[in-house]
Ligand binder design. Structure first.
Ligand code: MN
Length: 257
């Protein structure tokens, strides 16, 4: 199996290295890592079209090739497939991200966008995150992700794209695995306002989660119960009920009214 690893925390991030070490334990996995050369969290699905993407090779073994790029997480997947591999890998794992990607986080997340870029190309993919920012052990998340990739990469009936969140607790305390849907996370955006030495005003966006979604079948609820959350995602945002509700309406534009 040809496994592509990437992330949005940068090529040196311990979560990525947990995946590398886990994948390299399996002799049937050939691993290619193409990751950003710096922190790229919260860059969403951005791609570089106004500047070149530099690629550096750091390692070339028979079973592990490692590259960093100056691009975004989505760039990394594009560069890997089109530029480096010249063929589709069997699976893409993006992560293990430092911090949760729950509910609407998926729209801002570079981690999820890299996996989604893989799905756009028809590659089976997973985004995987650990739901805290400090004192993290990435081992359980990495084991779960690589095991999932090995089991599902050539199985048609497994979902093509999944977003996985792993509770930030010791592996033996994780109570199980739940298949979930995206919840709703409400943030209170907090802007620090300051004045710089030249008198210009700047704002720095922080934010705290106001409340999680207590609804039973959501990713947020699963994490609160110490379960690994697996949310199958689609790449199609179409509101099909919206299409239905517009079906009988005469739609015109003002200059033709
Ligand atoms: Mn990140």
């Amino acid at each position: 199996m040809l496994l592509l690893l990437t992330n949005d925390d940068g090529v040196d991030a311990p979560g990525l290295w947990a995946l590398i070490h886990t994948a390299c334990r399996f002799t049937d996995i050939e691993t290619v890592v193409v990751a950003p050369d710096r922190e790229r969290s919260a860059t969403g699905h951005a791609i570089s079209i106004h500047q070149p993407v530099e690629v550096r090779q750091h390692r070339k073994d028979r079973r592990l090739r490692l590259y960093s790029t100056g691009g975004t997480p989505a760039d990394c997947v594009k560069v890997a497939v089109e530029g480096i591999l010249g063929r589709l890998p069997d699976f893409v794992i993006s992560g293990v991200n430092r911090g949760p990607n729950l509910g609407q986080d998926v729209f801002y997340s570079g981690t999820v966008s890299a996996a989604m870029e893989g799905a756009f190309m028809g590659i089976r993919a997973m985004a995987v995150s650990v739901t805290a920012f400090e004192n993290l052990d990435y081992g359980s998340a990495a084991s779960f992700a690589v095991d999932w990739a090995r089991r599902s990469h050539d199985e048609e009936e497994w979902p093509a794209l999944v977003n996985v969140n792993v509770p930030a607790i010791p592996g033996e305390s994780i109570s199980g695995v739940a298949v979930t849907r995206l919840g709703r996370q409400r943030y209170r955006d907090v802007f620090m306002r300051r004045t710089d030495p030249r008198g210009r005003t700047w704002f720095w966006l922080g934010g705290t989660v106001l409340e999680g979604d207590a609804v039973e079948d959501t990713d947020i609820c699963a994490i609160s119960r110490n379960l690994i959350s697996v949310t199958p995602l689609t790449t199609d945002l179409t509101d099909f009920a919206g299409i239905e509700s517009l079906a009988g309406k005469a739609l015109t534009w003002p200059d033709r009214a």
